[in-house]
Design a protein around this ligand. Structure first.
Ligand code: PPS
Ligand code: ADP
Length: 176
C-alpha cells in the first residue's frame, strides 16, 4: 500500500521540556487572543496596541496578522470559502504552537465563518482561546477604507469582499 499521499505510521515525539517548563521560564501563560471582524474594523490596530502593552509589562507576545501571513505561509490561498477555511485552520495550528511555546499569540484575521473560528477554539485547552469581536458597523469600516478595497469592491473590481458580497458571521459567544 502506498503511503506517499497521506501521513500514516507517524508517532508523537515527547520532549522533557514541556509547556509547563516554558511558561515557568517566561513567567506567563501561553494563550491565543483571536481578533475577528470586518476589514477596517481595527483588528490590526488593536493587535498592535495589545502587543505593545504586553511588551511594556515584560510579557512575550507575537502577532499573526491575516494580511501579513498571506505574504508567506498562506500566499497560495485566495478568498473563496474553502481558502478562507484553510487560512484559518493553518493560523489556528500555528497559534496553538505559539501558545504551547508559552507566548501570548494575537491572531488578527477577518475569519468570517463561525465554524472555522470554533474549530480553532476546539484545538486549544479551555480558557486559553480568547475570541475578541471588533463589533463595528460596515458603514464605519467602509468610511475608513484605509486600503481603498471597499471602493474597489463596490465598483465590482474585487469580487467576494467580506461585508459587501461575501458573508461575515458574528460570534455568538465571544469573550470580548
Ligand atoms: N475579498 C476579500 N475579502 C476580504 N479581505 C480581502 C479580500 N481581498 C483582499 N483582502 C485583504 O485581505 C485581508 C484579509 O485577510 P484574512 O486572511 O484576514 O482574511 S480571512 O480571514 O481569510 O477571511 C484584508 O485585510 P484587513 O483589512 O486587515 O482585514 C484585506 O486587506
Ligand atoms: N479605534 C479606532 N478609532 C478610529 N480609527 C481607528 C480605530 N482603530 C483603527 N482605526 C483606523 O481604522 C483603519 C483600519 O484599521 P485596521 O487596524 O487596519 O483594521 P483591520 O486590521 O481590521 O483591517 C486604520 O486607518 C486605523 O488607523
Amino acid at each position: 500500500m502506498s503511503t506517499l499521499n497521506n501521513s500514516t505510521n507517524i508517532f508523537w515525539q515527547e520532549c522533557p521540556v514541556g509547556k509547563v517548563e516554558r511558561q515557568k521560564l517566561l513567567n506567563q501563560k501561553g494563550c491565543v487572543v483571536w481578533i475577528t471582524g470586518l476589514s477596517g474594523s481595527g483588528k490590526s490596530t488593536l493587535a498592535c496596541s495589545v502587543s505593545r502593552e504586553l511588551h511594556s509589562k515584560g510579557k512575550l507576545s507575537y502577532i499573526l496578522d491575516g494580511d501579513n501571513l498571506r505574504h508567506g505561509l498562506n500566499k497560495d490561498l485566495g478568498f473563496k470559502a474553502e481558502d478562507r477555511a484553510e487560512n484559518i485552520r493553518r493560523v489556528g495550528e500555528v497559534a496553538k504552537l505559539f501558545s504551547d511555546a508559552g507566548l501570548i499569540c494575537i491572531a488578527s484575521l477577518i475569519s468570517p465563518y463561525r465554524k472555522d473560528r470554533d474549530a480553532c477554539r476546539a484545538m486549544l485547552p479551555d480558557a486559553s482561546f480568547i475570541e475578541v469581536f471588533m463589533n463595528m458597523p460596515l458603514e464605519l469600516c467602509e468610511s475608513r477604507d484605509a486600503k481603498g478595497l471597499y471602493k474597489l469592491a463596490r465598483a465590482g473590481k474585487i469580487k467576494g469582499f467580506t461585508g459587501i458580497d461575501d458573508p461575515y458571521e458574528r460570534p455568538l459567544n465571544c469573550e470580548k
